[in-house]
Design a binder for this molecule. Structure first.
Ligand code: HEM
Length: 121
C-alpha cells in the first residue's frame, strides 16, 4: 500500500526546509508588525529550532528538542495579528521558493493548529 506523502515531503523535504527558514526570518526581521519581538533572540539558534519544529509539525522526522509553543511564547502577549503576520511571511517565502498555493495552504492549515498555544489562549 502506498503511503500518502506528508506536507513536509510535498514542500521538498529537509533541503527545502533548510532553504526556507533563513529566508522566512529575513522577512520576519524586516516586518514592523513582529520584528521587535526578536531583538534579544539568537537568530541562528532560532532558525535551527524553527527548522526542527516545522519539520516535525509538517510530518517529517522529529528532532525537535525545544520548548512547546505555549512555553516558548509565554509572556509575549502575542495577538492574532502577530500570528497572521508570521504565517504570511512563511507563505511568501514558500511562494518565492516555487511551492504551489495548494501546498502552501496545506502547510498553513497544519501550522494553524499551533495558534492557540502560541497566543497562550
Ligand atoms: C505569533 C507570532 C510569533 C512571534 C512574534 C514569535 C516570536 C518568537 C520569539 C521572539 C522566540 C524566541 C524566544 C527566545 O529568544 O528565547 C520564539 C521562539 C520560538 N517560536 Fe515563535 N513566534 C511566533 C509564532 C510562532 C509560530 C507560528 C511558530 C511555529 C509554527 C513558532 C515557533 C517557535 C519555535 C520553534 C521557537 C523556539 C523555541 C525554543 O527554542 O525552545 N513561533 N518565537
Amino acid at each position: 500500500m502506498n503511503k500518502q506523502p506528508t506536507v513536509f515531503e510535498k514542500l521538498g523535504g529537509q533541503a527545502a526546509m533548510h532553504a526556507a527558514v533563513p529566508l522566512f526570518y529575513k522577512k520576519v526581521l524586516a516586518d514592523d508588525r513582529v520584528k521587535h519581538y526578536f531583538k534579544n533572540t539568537n537568530m541562528e539558534h532560532q532558525a535551527k529550532q524553527q527548522e526542527d519544529f516545522l519539520t516535525m509539525l509538517l510530518g517529517g522526522p522529529n528532532h525537535y528538542k525545544g520548548k512547546n509553543m505555549a512555553e516558548a511564547h509565554k509572556g509575549m502577549n502575542l495577538q492574532n495579528s502577530h500570528f497572521d503576520a508570521i504565517i504570511e511571511n512563511l507563505a511568501a517565502t514558500l511562494k518565492e521558493l516555487g511551492v504551489s498555493d495548494q501546498i502552501i495552504g496545506e502547510a498553513a492549515k497544519v501550522i494553524e493548529h499551533t495558534r492557540k498555544d502560541c497566543l497562550g489562549k
